[in-house]
Design a protein around this ligand. Sequence first.
Ligand code: IDP
Ligand code: MG
Length: 143
Amino acid sequence: MNGRYTLTIIKPGAVRRNFTGAILGKISEAGFRFVALKMLQMTEAQARSFYAVHEGKPFYEGLVQYMISGPVVVAILEKEDAVEAYRNFIGSTDPSKAAAGTIRQLYGSDVRDNAVHGSDSDEHAQFECNFFFPLYERFPGEK
Ligand code: IDP
Ligand code: MG
């Protein structure tokens, strides 16, 4: 794992609004390669742990409840400088401030229900990829 990988989550709201296919298509068109992909519903313990860095912030409890409110789609994506490229591709956290044509501007509803997650550093990307995809779920050559 170096700067070539990032972790994305299509969040429950975007899955509920049936944007999964559209978002996956745009990710492909933007030149990201799918290394791993699955649909699941996070447990409360998983959501708390995944977002532990935000523990104590005013939005933390609401974020945890939102993230467990329905199924999500998680994927490991590969591209050169994947973390930065993907953050640029999805746009600002708040969809109303995200640049036109970004995933969050197109498919987000509000600052919490903002369609997708993207890792914010190589270190966190590595942690987040391992969080959802243990090595035994990886394909040969993708470790
Ligand atoms: P990021 O997803 O753009 O990296 P973070 O600040 O890491 O943004 O926040 C994690 C997630 O918490 C956001 O994607 C969003 O779902 C939620 N969130 C962030 N700020 C707020 C807020 O002010 N109100 C409600 N939810 C928020
Ligand atoms: Mg973040």
